[in-house]
Ligand binder design. Structure first.
Ligand code: DAH
Length: 352
């Protein structure tokens, strides 16, 4: 600044004002200091603003040139200010982020109060295992038309299997559904839904809840879970079934698990078999344990779903989820699984 307003317009004065401003802005350590420097170098009493005011006292012909030079100087000061401001603002934002960050992975002293139900964990494992083999994961309704639960599966109204698996019936009193409804007694219903909805090749697995009129005891419950498997493709044989079950058993029970098939009967498979698993470490000594049912899909079932049994063949299997869970963990009473005591799953080695 100078006493003579016109001397503020000297070029070297303007240059000095610009470099003083640049230095002041550069050395401002935070936004507060920058604000103070701004008042000094861009405020009303700053050299550049005073210079601008001094233009008025110049003779007319010099004004334009002085105006231009003052403007250049002012723009330089403003640019220096803006540059420093954006640096300091970015630093400030970073500091806030750093100081206010919450470590979401930090351990808290809170106790774990529960976990997913072991049956659901087990069904997810099974679905994952088959998904890894390229199977889809299927589903079906728990309230079924009798046709899906029995007839389409070749279980005719007078068939003994139908009484064997008798279930919770809901009478179709108003003729609304054209058939009685049942709570599905097995996940084999999903075989029918899948084949009606989809043409072969079919590779699907369907874990789900089923219902039977059983009394609750240490091995029975009116509500339990099964896993159904269904493959329909060209050239499928019983060897494919064996290989799949063997892999399934090893994945579920451990690498040393073995399977064997025993001839059996199910209306929806022909031939049919029971599948057993070898338990080397069973609490009552090494032995074969019945695991589930299986077989080659009965051509009548394929035909009921509009699939030509001359072109396609398939296999199916079905096993209880609770049963496998009990075998795997040495659980002796099924009621422990359904009681809802939070200490129960915590005591199991159930991988999530
Ligand atoms: N649905 C049968 C049951 O609940 C189990 C079963 C047996 C399923 C043989 C199948 C099969 O898919 O092929 O007892």
């Amino acid at each position: 600044m100078t006493d003579n307003p016109a001397s503020a317009l000297e070029q070297d004065q303007l240059d000095a004002a610009v470099s003083a401003a640049e230095k002041a802005f550069e050395s401002a350590a935070d936004l507060n200091e920058l604000a103070t420097a701004k008042t000094a170098h861009l405020g009303d009493k700053s050299p550049v603003l005073l210079a601008r005011r001094a233009i008025g006292s110049l003779p007319g012909k010099e004004r334009a040139d002085a105006g231009k030079r003052v403007n250049v100087a002012k723009q330089a000061v403003t640019a220096a200010y803006e540059a420093r401001r954006s640096v300091l603002e970015a630093e400030e934002a970073e500091r806030i982020l750093r100081e206010e960050t919450v470590d979401v992975t930090a351990r808290t002293p809170r106790r774990r109060t529960g976990s997913r139900h072991p049956v659901n964990v087990q069904m997810d494992r099974i679905a994952d295992l088959f998904a890894a083999m390229g199977f889809t994961v299927g589903d079906g309704p728990e309230i079924e038309l009798e046709w899906f639960n029995f007839d389409a599966l070749n279980i005719h109204p007078d068939h003994p299997a139908r009484t064997m698996m008798d279930t919770f019936h809901i009478a179709d009193t108003n003729g609304e559904f054209g058939s009685n409804l049942v709570l599905r007694t097995h996940t084999s219903t999903v075989q029918i839904h899948t084949m009606l909805n989809q043409q072969p090749p079919i590779y699907t697995v369907a874990p789900g809840r089923v219902y039977r009129t059983d009394e609750v005891d240490s091995t029975h419950s009116p509500v339990f879970h099964q896993t159904e498997g269904l493959v329909v493709d060209k050239g499928i044989t019983m060897a494919d079934l064996r290989g799949t079950l063997d892999h399934f058993a090893k994945a579920l029970f451990g690498a040393e698990a073995q399977t064997r098939l025993r001839p059996s009967y199910f209306p929806f498979t022909e031939p049919s078999a029971e599948v057993d698993v070898w338990f080397a470490e069973h609490k009552d000594g090494p032995r074969w344990i019945e695991w589930g049912g299986c077989g080659m899909v009965n051509p009548r079932v394929l035909r009921a779903c509009g699939i030509d049994p001359e072109v396609y063949s398939g296999f199916a299997f079905g096993m209880g989820v609770e049963r496998a869970l009990m075998l795997r963990h040495g659980i002796t009473d099924l009621r422990d699984i359904i009681d809802g005591d939070v200490r129960f799953p915590a005591g199991l080695r159930v991988e999530e």
